[in-house]
Design a protein around this ligand. Structure first.
Ligand code: IPD
Length: 291
């Protein structure tokens, strides 16, 4: 369906600005040290979330990308185009890294320029199957440092925000990551990722086995890495791991987790040095896993 036609249909069917009310919180994630601001929440801004929520229950045109389990729909493209065009109008000099643009061949290079890092629908497989766990994730970096992140849970209307040095919140409530460091008392989150080759599957299953042998309380797979990371920031789980995440899966969530007192690391150690990272749950998970 043509973008203009789809948009006018959606606008017609979604009068009112109810979503904009909960999105007002986004306006509090603003005024960066260097003068960069989160765009204010407006009905136009909330349109993206309404588009996703509505499309969730409708028939979709689904294509595959890197594998038969790596899905994309016309709504992923539509939402990404809308976010980028709106931000580009407001911030013409800024750069963008976005999932579907990258899949279409756009270069994915983080420079010192102000850069928006966007996943228009995280949990596309959930979205395709009408499983109501999908999010929009937008991170913002300057000088290659993440400054703020916003993740919106489209069906539960939860807005997660994190701003460097200013804390992390969900619908106004401060987020605090778990302090649990004992894997045998931990609830662990992971995601399967889109690869289905025998070596990847073997590794995934053997890591599951290792966690269960280590007597973790439980292991959960919810189908959206960004929302799993938000649960981690909220202290609703103690650790998360995944091999093969992309920057758009991680950018916004990294700020939110750090601001909630959690740590984010790759398999060789913390992603960023500098300020000592505060301790949180999950520190001993990497030692348990193979990669
Ligand atoms: C995917 C989801 C999934 C994770 C994949 C991601 P997408 O993002 O977050 O849970 O396992 O690695 O790529 O494709 O739904 O935006």
């Amino acid at each position: 369906m043509k973008k203009a036609k789809l948009l006018s249909r959606l606008r017609g069917r979604w009068p009112g600005t109810g979503w904009a009310v909960s999105l007002e919180e986004a306006a509090t994630v603003r005024s960066m040290k260097r003068g960069h601001r989160m765009p204010r929440a407006t009905p136009a801004y909330s349109l993206k979330f309404r588009i996703i929520r509505k499309a969730l229950t409708e028939e979709k045109r689904v294509s595959t990308k890197t594998s038969a389990a790596d899905l994309v729909t016309e709504t992923d493209h539509l939402v990404e185009d809308l976010i980028i065009s709106e931000l580009r109008t407001r911030f013409p000099s800024h750069r963008f890294i976005a999932e579907e643009s990258a899949a279409s061949g756009a270069k994915c290079v983080l420079t010192a320029s102000p850069t928006w890092i966007i996943d228009p629908i995280d949990g596309t497989c959930n979205f395709v199957h009408r499983f109501p766990t999908v999010a929009v994730s937008i991170g913002f970096a300057v000088n290659q440092e993440l400054e703020f992140g916003v993740i919106y849970h489209c069906t539960e209307e939860r807005l997660y925000t994190g701003r460097c040095g200013r804390g992390a919140f969900c619908n106004g409530q401060r987020l605090r990551a778990s302090k649990e460091t004992d894997l045998s008392k931990a609830l662990v989150l992971t995601e399967i990722g889109p690869k289905r080759d025998p070596a990847t599957l073997k590794l995934f299953l053997s890591n599951m086995e290792r966690l269960l042998h280590a007597k973790a309380h439980g292991v959960r797979v919810i189908g959206s890495s960004t929302l799993a990371l938000c649960h981690l920031a909220a202290g609703a789980a103690d650790a998360y791991y995944q091999f093969g995440l992309h920057c758009w899966d991680l950018a916004a969530a990294t700020v939110i987790i750090r601001e909630a007192g959690g740590i984010v690391m790759d398999t060789s150690g913390p992603i960023r040095t500098g300020e000592p990272e505060r301790t949180s749950g999950g520190w001993n998970v990497p030692e348990t896993l193979q990669h």
